[in-house]
Design a binder for this molecule. Structure first.
Ligand SMILES: Cc1cc2nc3c(=O)[nH]c(=O)nc-3n(C[C@H](O)[C@H](O)[C@H](O)COP(=O)(O)O)c2cc1C
Length: 358
């Protein structure tokens, strides 16, 4: 049997990877209410260090960027001390790890913040549905306040400071979260962004905030260590894009100019495949692509072999298969993840998925 093309080495920017299997960012809600990663997060990530690249769970750039229960940050010394142990543990096993940086915008309950902060978004448009809080169970999302024009720069500066701090503690890279209905995607959208200033209205204006975040980050860290994640057409968290193809034609072609290490393209869970976002991105974006969303080892290998992407990220499979790369190499079966423990505190369903017996 020929080795899977997923097992061939790859460089994404300045990051040398031993294979093309990426661990997708996975929020697991094991941190403290002030965003400090749990001590056993180091074990969890080290168990998965055979991935070519780990992209961590989404990680806050400020207390205002936090919206869910127990998600980590990288903006305080205490948070960074805990992350440093994670990074060191992954490096000790020969792995590579980038931190995904996010601001949740309106997908927030202030009840989930151990340190008080305001909930903000592109416009004062409340997200539909409810979210979990440890203090009161399911609650409505907060009503967000629209960021003032001048505050966009502050948010961009928070991303830049977090990126610089992350590289300082040894992360191999950072991934800017511009997907899945969080703050950057709220600005890109046609329904949450109702602004009349230079950040709203036209496609150029809707893409301005995310592009300013990228530029602020690139002023502090090398582009060869920066990736960015998009999810074109994804309606998660109440997002609408009235003009997905035109929007991303503009956004991704502008992003091509920055020489980023990778563009991470997430296919929506229920992708009708009318216009596959990975194919669309490949047509517009000129740099390296990481594809994610519903791939199997076989379909991922076929996509790499056909030149459709440089690497493929696996999400749910990585929750329950810490040795996913060895299983792909051996053609071994995968263990199914237990959804009940996706977001529960503690080590159960987190560090206790076994590797295949040798
Ligand atoms: C439990 C869970 C947590 C997730 N957390 C994040 C996250 O923090 N950031 C992100 O960009 N995507 C997140 N995702 C999406 C995954 O990165 C991935 O795109 C999705 O699971 C589809 O890939 P898969 O079919 O290989 O699972 C999450 C998905 C799951 C199931």
């Amino acid at each position: 049997m020929n080795a899977s093309p997923l097992l061939a080495p790859l460089s994404l920017g300045a990051i040398d990877m031993k294979n093309r299997v990426v661990m997708a960012p996975l929020t697991r809600s094991r941190a403290s209410s002030t965003g400090v990663p749990a001590p056993f997060a180091a074990d969890y990530y080290a168990q998965r260090a055979s991935a070519g690249l780990i992209v961590t769970e989404a990680t806050q750039v400020s207390f205002g960027a936090m919206g869910y229960s127990r998600t980590p940050g990288v903006h305080t010394p205490e948070q960074r001390a805990a992350w440093r142990k994670v990074v060191d543990a992954v490096h000790a096993r020969g792995g590579r790890i980038a931190v995904q940086l996010w601001h949740v915008g309106r997908i927030a309950s202030s009840l989930n913040r151990g340190v008080a902060a305001e909930t903000v978004s592109a416009s004062a448009v409340r997200a539909p549905g409810t979210m979990w809080t440890d203090r009161q169970g399911m609650v409505e999302h907060d009503m967000p306040r629209a960021l003032d024009t001048g505050e966009v720069e502050t948010v961009a500066a928070d991303f830049a400071a977090a990126a610089a701090a992350a590289l300082d503690i040894g992360f191999d890279g950072v991934e800017i979260h511009s997907a899945n209905g969080y703050l950057l995607h709220q600005f890109l959208s046609s329904n949450v962004n109702r602004r009349a200033d230079r950040y709203g209205g036209s496609i150029e204006n809707r893409a301005r905030m995310p592009l300013e975040v990228v530029e602020a980050v690139l002023a502090r860290v090398p582009a060869a260590r920066v990736g960015l994640r998009v999810s074109p057409g994804h309606t998660f968290n109440g997002i609408e894009e009235a003009d997905t193809d035109e929007l991303y034609a503009h956004y991704l072609s502008r992003l091509s100019d920055y020489g980023l290490a990778w563009l991470h393209v997430m296919r929506p869970f229920a992708n009708a495949a009318a216009s596959d976002p990975v194919t669309m991105a490949r047509g517009v974006y000129t740099g390296a692509v990481v594809a994610c969303g519903g791939y199997t080892a076989a379909s991922a290998a076929a996509l790499v072999a056909s030149g459709g992407t440089e690497a493929v990220a696996f999400g749910r499979d990585y929750i329950s298969n810490p040795d996913l790369v060895a299983r792909i190499a051996a053609g071994a079966p995968l263990s199914p993840p237990d959804q009940a423990t996706f977001y529960t505190p503690g080590e159960k369903g987190y560090t206790d998925y076994p590797a295949l017996a040798a």
